[in-house]
Write a new protein. Structure first.
Length: 280
């Protein structure tokens, strides 16, 4: 009987009475975190840690026009931000950049993580000895009206690398430019099991340009589950070996209204099977 009373009291204590009805507060609610520009690095790290502490999809509102300069890694030795382990969204306009002689990427997303950049969030100047100079993705990453520029990897995916069992990256009206990988995918590398979707709009295609890699200066898809390019212009990228625009090795690939042109030394030569709707 005593245990029963204790349980009832605990339940009552967890309830909020409103209008005569008892409403129980959910165990986990999404939170919104304003990330000030002053002491920006520490503020951003603290915000990511707080978002990681809840399973809900939290929102980090970045200070408008702020540049968050990351001077040291906070997620292991190779990541500016703490590892992304839960769903969260960062809303700009703002820039997150490495400001250090030490090499580290901007973010790594774990298999349980889901990271979204919305409204002009720029991810820049990440540099890593490994895969994914800007972002290494094992889970899910979404860019919406944001950008991935000027990042470097010594292996694959200068801008972003999909690595793992089933990583998914989505780019909507979000340019990928000026990134470099010493191996495949100067802009984006979509590895085995990965899914990549890029989408622009008619008359204003998503741009993948000015990236450099050994194979696939713009994009490399290697035994990926799906690579889908829609209203995406892949141009003026460079490959040291071949396929300056898009390199494909097996896997499923679809291109719709996505011109692949003006890449050097060629656009897609060396791909097997061929990249749909790509010549030269």
């Amino acid at each position: 009987m005593r245990r029963t009373r204790t349980l009832i009291q605990a339940l009552i204590g967890a309830a909020v009475v409103a209008g005569g009805l008892a409403t129980f507060t959910p165990a986990a609610q999404a939170i919104t975190i304003n990330v000030p520009c002053a002491d920006g690095e520490n503020a951003l790290v603290a915000a990511v840690n707080r978002a990681n502490s809840t399973p809900a999809r939290d929102t980090l509102v970045l200070a408008g026009g702020c540049t968050y300069r990351m001077t040291s890694p906070h997620g292991g030795l190779t990541n500016a931000l703490p590892l992304i382990t839960t769903p969260m969204e960062m809303i700009g306009p703002a820039t997150i950049t490495r400001n250090s002689a030490v090499l580290f990427r901007i973010a790594e997303v774990t298999t349980a993580g889901n990271l979204t950049f919305t409204t002009n969030v720029a991810i820049t100047n990440g540099s890593v000895a490994g895969n994914g100079g800007g972002i290494l993705n094992h889970g899910a990453v979404t860019f919406t009206r944001s950008s991935l520029t000027g990042n470097t990897a010594t292996l694959n995916g200068g801008g972003l690398a999909n690595i793992g069992a089933a990583p998914a990256a989505t780019f909507t009206r979000s340019p990928v430019s000026g990134n470099t990988a010493l191996l495949r995918g100067g802009g984006i590398y979509n590895g085995p099991g990965g899914t990549l979707t890029t989408t622009g709009v008619s008359g204003n295609p998503l741009s993948v340009s000015g990236n450099t890699g050994s194979e696939g200066g713009g994009i490399a898809a290697v035994r990926s589950t799906a690579t889908t390019l829609t209203q995406t212009a892949v141009s003026t990228n460079h490959a040291v070996l071949t396929a300056g625009g898009v390199f494909r090795l097996n896997g499923v690939m679809t291109t719709t209204s996505s011109p692949i042109s003006a890449n050097t030394p060629n656009n897609c030569v060396g791909s097997n099977p061929a990249v749909p709707h790509c010549t030269g």
